[in-house]
Design a binder for this molecule. Structure first.
Ligand code: F6P
Length: 336
C-alpha cells in the first residue's frame, strides 16, 4: 500500500500546479504548526493549569477563556514575522494586527483561534478556523484600510479548520476540493487520510440549539416541526438530532457523514441577526462545505456572496447536505 502523502508534499504539489496559489504552501505550513501547538495545549487539559475565564470580554462581548487568549497569542507569535501575511484578523482582537512593514506578505489571515471554547474545560472537541484572502498591493506598506479586508467569501484563496478531538485533524481547501489530514503525533506531520470529502446530497440529521426556538422565524420553526414529526409527518422519514456547541465539531460531522446545521436568524437583537461571525466562522466553513458538494447560506443568500460591512459581522448560517439546505431556503421564500 502506498504511504499517505504529507501535508507539505500536498501543498508543494498544489503550488506547482496552480500559479494563483504561489506562496500558499509557506503560509499553510505555518498554520499547521500553529494548530499543532494549540493541539498540544488542549491535550494537556487540566494539567495546563489555565482553565477558566480571564475575567475580560472580547470584542464580541463574550467572556474570554484563558485558552482563547493563549491560542490567539500562538497565532500572532507564529505569523507576525513569518513574511506571509499583511494583516492578522482574529475573533479575539477588535482591530487587525499588522506585522512590521518589512515582514509583510501578500495574504490576509482571518481566524477564530479557539472555536467552541466553552467546551474546552470539559474535554469536548474544539478547533481553530481560518480563512485566507489576497491583500491589495498597498497593504504591503500602508496603514490598514478596511477595504483590504471587506471582501466576500468567494474571494478566499484557502480556508480550513483544525479539530482537536480524539485525533487532531486538519481540513483544508485551496479551491480544488476539501481534504482531511490527520496528525501523526510521534512525527508531528499531518498526512492526507481523506482526500476529496463529499457530503451526501440528502440527510436525516439536523443540528440546532432548540433553546432559542422562541426567537426564530416561522420558516425555521416549521422546518424543525417537520423534522420532529418524523415518518408520520410531511417529510416521511425520521430525523436524528445532534448539538455539540462547537461549530468545528458540527462542520466536521457534516463533512464526514452529511446532515444540516442551523444557527438561523434570531430576532433578539437587531444588531446581531445571527450568532456566528461571517469572516472567520461562516466564510471558511462555507468554502469547505461547497468544495465538498454541500450548500451554505443565510437561508436567503449564498454565504460566499455576502459582501461584509464590518470585520466582526454576525449572520444567520445554515449549511450541510445540499438538498436539505435547498429545502430550508424554499421555506423562506415569500408566499405567492
Ligand atoms: O463561536 C461560537 C460557538 O461556540 C460555535 O462554535 C457554536 O456553534 C455556537 O457558538 C454554539 O452556540 P450556543 O452556545 O448558543 O449553543
Amino acid at each position: 500500500m502506498k504511504p499517505p502523502i504529507s501535508l507539505s508534499q500536498f501543498l508543494y504539489q498544489n503550488e506547482q500546479s496552480f500559479p494563483h496559489l504561489q506562496g500558499i504552501a509557506g503560509l499553510m505550513g505555518e498554520i499547521a504548526h500553529v494548530c499543532r501547538r494549540i493541539a498540544a495545549e488542549c491535550a494537556r487539559g487540566a494539567l495546563r493549569g489555565i482553565s477558566g475565564e480571564v475575567g475580560a470580554t472580547n470584542v464580541q462581548g463574550e467572556a474570554q477563556k484563558k485558552i482563547d487568549v493563549l491560542a490567539n497569542n500562538i497565532f500572532i507569535e507564529t505569523l507576525q514575522y513569518s513574511g506571509h501575511t499583511c494583516a492578522l484578523i482574529s475573533e479575539e482582537l477588535e482591530m487587525p494586527h499588522l506585522p512590521p512593514v518589512n515582514r509583510r506578505g501578500k495574504f490576509l489571515l482571518f481566524f477564530d483561534p479557539l472555536d467552541g471554547s466553552s467546551n474546552s474545560d470539559i474535554n469536548v472537541s474544539v478547533g481553530s478556523i481560518f480563512s485566507v484572502l489576497r491583500a491589495p498591493e498597498e497593504a504591503l506598506t500602508g496603514e490598514y484600510q478596511p477595504s483590504w479586508a471587506l471582501q466576500s467569501g468567494q474571494q478566499q484563496i484557502a480556508a480550513g479548520y483544525a479539530i482537536y478531538g480524539q485525533a487532531t485533524q486538519l481540513v483544508i481547501s485551496l479551491g480544488q476540493g476539501a481534504h482531511l489530514f490527520t496528525l501523526e503525533r510521534e512525527s508531528g506531520e499531518f498526512f492526507l487520510t481523506h482526500p476529496h470529502l463529499q457530503i451526501p446530497k440528502s440527510c436525516q440529521e439536523f443540528a440546532i440549539n432548540a433553546s432559542n426556538e422562541r426567537h426564530w422565524e416561522e420558516a425555521v420553526r416549521g422546518y424543525i416541526r417537520e423534522c420532529l414529526a418524523g415518518k408520520s409527518g410531511v417529510r416521511g422519514k425520521d430525523f436524528n438530532m445532534r448539538w455539540v456547541a462547537s461549530l468545528v465539531a458540527e462542520a466536521h460531522r457534516i463533512l464526514m457523514r452529511g446532515g444540516v446545521f442551523l444557527y438561523p436568524f434570531d430576532a433578539r437583537d437587531p444588531s446581531k441577526p445571527g450568532k456566528l461571525r461571517l469572516m472567520y466562522e461562516c466564510n471558511p466553513v462555507a468554502f469547505l462545505i461547497e468544495q465538498a458538494g454541500g450548500r451554505a447560506s443565510t437561508a436567503r443568500e449564498r454565504i460566499l456572496s455576502v459582501v461584509p460591512t464590518h470585520l466582526h459581522q454576525r449572520i444567520p448560517f445554515i449549511f450541510g447536505s445540499a438538498e436539505e439546505v435547498l429545502y430550508i431556503e424554499a421555506k423562506h421564500l415569500p408566499a405567492k
